[in-house]
Design a protein around this ligand. Structure first.
Ligand code: 5AD
Ligand code: SF4
Length: 452
C-alpha cells in the first residue's frame, strides 16, 4: 500500500494553488491524502514568509509534531513553500524533526523526493527551478472549493519593493502561456466550476513569451487581452488578484465595462499614502499616480469594489507621514483594507534601514487606521441595504445553521437564510443588514445568465 500524506497550508492563494498541484501529483504517484496529521506517514507544511508572524506559526506547528512522536507515531516531516526556499538546508539544523525541504518551484518533484526520504535518505533537499514539462493541471477533487478555482497566470515578482521577501522566495516573474490558461478555464467550466480567480503576485504585469491564444482579443496590454479571452470562455465569474498600481492600465477597467462575467472587484494595494515612504518602499509610483488609477476605477460603468493593503510603521515613517496614509484611506473609500505592521525580513533592502518605529507606535497606527477603515466601510456596506447582489453559494454559514454563505461578484461575504440544496448555485440576494465585514439579506431569486 502507498504511503499517506497530509498537507497543511499557510499564506496566500499561490500557496493554496501549489498545495492543490502537489496533492494532484502525489495522488497520481499512488500516495493517499489525509485530512489530519494524526494518521499520515508524511506531514508537509506549505510555508509563508511574508511577515515574521507567518513564519513563526509554521515552527510552532513543526514542534507540535514532536508530541505525535512521543505518542509513538513518527511521521516524516517536510517543509515546502517560501520558508523552505529561503532557508534551505539550514532548516535541518534549526529543526531536528525536519526530514525534507522542498522549494517553491519543486512541487512537481514531491513524489520522488518523498520516496527518497522514505527510503532512508537524510536531509532530502530540492530548491531547484521548475522542469520544462511541469504541469499546472489540478485534479478537481484537490481544489480548495468545488465551485471557486484559483488559476495562477504569473509566478514570482520582479518589483523588489524594499520591504518584501517575495522576489527572493518566489523568484523572477514567469507568465504562463495564454493558450494554456484558456484551456484551464474551459476545462474548469466543463467540470462545473462557477468562478475562477486568476492569481499572481502582480497579475497585471502578465507578459507571456508569445501572444499565442490572444490573437483574437484586443487590448492595450497582454493582461487586458487575457481578460477579454477569459470573458469569452463563458466562465460565469472571473476575478483576479493582485493588481500592481504602476501597471494598472485603464484598459482593464474598459474590459470590465465590456464583460459582465469579469467581476466588479479590484484589489490594488497602495502600501502608503506618503510619497517619501512610497519612494523608500521602491513602489515606483506617487500618491497622485495611484489616485489617478482609483479615479479610473471609480469612473467605471458598474460600481467596482476596491480593496487595498497598507503597511504601517515602515522604517522612518513619521507621525505626519502616517497621517498622509490616513487621508488617502479616507479619500479612496475602500470596500476592504488589509493592514499590516511592518515586519523586517532578512535580506530585503529595508532590513538595512533601522526598524525605528516602536512596536507600541505600530500598534497605535494600526488601530487608528483600522478605526478609520471601519467607519468608511460601515458607510459603504450600509449603502448596500435595499440593493440586490449576486451570490455564489459556497456553503453553510459558520455562525448559524439556518444560513448559507457565499461571495458577491464584488467579493463581499454575504449570508442569508437558505438550505444546503443551494450550494454551488448563484442566487440574487436583497441586502437587509450591513455587518462589520459581511452583508446579510434574503434570497429573491436565482441567476440564470446565458453567456456567449
Ligand atoms: N512587512 C509587513 N507587511 C508586508 N507585506 C509584504 N511584506 C511585508 C513586510 N515585510 C504586506 C504588503 C503586501 C501584503 C501581501 O503583505 O502589504 O501587499
Ligand atoms: Fe512584494 Fe512588491 Fe512584488 Fe508585491 S510587488 S510581491 S509587495 S516585491
Amino acid at each position: 500500500m502507498g504511503s499517506s500524506v497530509y498537507i497543511e497550508t499557510f499564506g496566500c492563494q499561490m500557496n493554496v494553488a501549489d498545495t492543490e498541484r502537489a496533492a494532484t501529483r502525489l495522488r497520481e504517484a499512488g500516495y493517499s491524502l489525509e485530512s489530519s496529521a494524526e494518521e499520515a506517514d508524511v506531514i508537509l507544511f506549505n510555508t509563508c514568509s511574508v511577515r515574521a508572524r507567518a513564519e513563526q506559526r509554521v515552527f510552532t506547528r513543526v514542534r507540535d509534531i514532536r508530541l505525535l512522536r512521543r505518542k509513538g507515531h513518527a511521521p516524516l516531516v517536510g517543509l515546502m513553500g517560501c520558508v523552505a526556499q529561503l532557508e534551505g538546508a539550514s532548516l535541518f539544523d534549526q529543526e531536528q524533526s525536519v526530514d525534507l525541504v522542498v522549494g517553491t518551484r519543486a512541487t512537481d518533484r514531491l513524489p520522488e523526493l518523498i520516496e527518497r526520504a522514505l527510503s532512508g535518505e537524510e536531509r532530502t533537499l530540492d530548491l531547484g527551478e521548475r522542469g520544462e514539462g511541469d504541469s499546472w493541471e489540478v485534479s478537481p477533487v484537490e481544489r480548495h472549493s468545488p465551485y471557486v478555482a484559483f488559476v495562477p497566470i504569473i509566478e514570482g515578482c520582479n518589483k523588489f519593493c524594499s520591504y518584501c521577501i517575495v522576489p527572493f522566495s518566489r523568484g523572477r516573474e514567469r507568465s504562463r502561456p495564454a493558450r494554456e490558461i484558456i484551456g484551464d478555464i474551459l476545462r474548469l467550466r466543463a467540470e462545473g466550476f462557477r468562478e475562477v480567480q486568476l492569481i499572481g503576485q502582480n497579475v497585471n504585469s502578465y507578459r507571456p513569451k508569445g501572444l499565442d491564444g490572444l490573437e483574437n482579443f484586443a487590448g492595450a496590454t497582454p493582461f487586458s487581452r487575457l481578460l477579454r479571452a477569459m470573458a469569452a470562455t463563458g466562465m460565469e465569474r472571473v476575478k483576479f488578484t493582485t493588481s500592481f498600481p504602476r501597471d494598472f492600465h485603464a484598459d482593464i477597467v474598459a474590459a470590465l465595462d465590456e464583460h459582465e462575467n469579469l467581476c466588479n472587484w479590484v484589489h490594488l494595494p497602495v502600501q502608503s499614502g506618503n510619497d517619501r515612504i512610497l519612494r523608500a518602499m521602491r513602489r515606483g509610483y506617487k500618491v497622485l499616480d495611484y489616485l489617478r488609477r482609483v479615479e479610473e476605477i471609480k469612473g467605471a460603468r458598474r460600481r467596482l469594489s476596491l480593496t487595498s493593503d497598507i503597511i504601517v510603521g515602515f522604517p522612518g515613517e513619521s507621525a505626519e507621514e502616517f497621517l498622509d496614509t490616513m487621508s488617502l484611506v479616507e479619500r479612496c473609500q475602500y470596500d476592504g483594507l488589509y493592514i499590516f505592521k511592518y515586519s523586517e525580513r532578512k535580506g530585503t533592502p529595508a532590513a538595512a534601514m533601522a526598524d525605528d518605529v516602536s512596536e507600541e507606535e505600530k500598534t497605535a497606527r494600526f488601530l487608528a487606521l483600522e478605526r478609520l477603515q471601519r467607519k468608511v466601510q460601515g458607510r459603504i456596506y450600509q449603502d448596500y441595504v435595499g440593493r440586490e447582489v449576486e451570490v455564489l453559494v459556497e456553503g453553510e454559514s459558520a455562525k448559524s445553521a439556518a444560513d448559507m454563505t457565499g461571495h458577491s461578484t464584488c467579493q463581499k461575504v454575504v449570508n442569508f437564510p437558505g438550505t444546503a440544496a443551494l450550494k454551488g448555485s448563484t442566487v440574487r440576494v436583497r441586502i437587509t443588514e450591513a455587518k462589520t465585514n459581511s452583508l446579510y439579506g434574503e434570497m429573491v431569486g436565482s441567476v440564470a445568465r446565458s453567456l456567449k
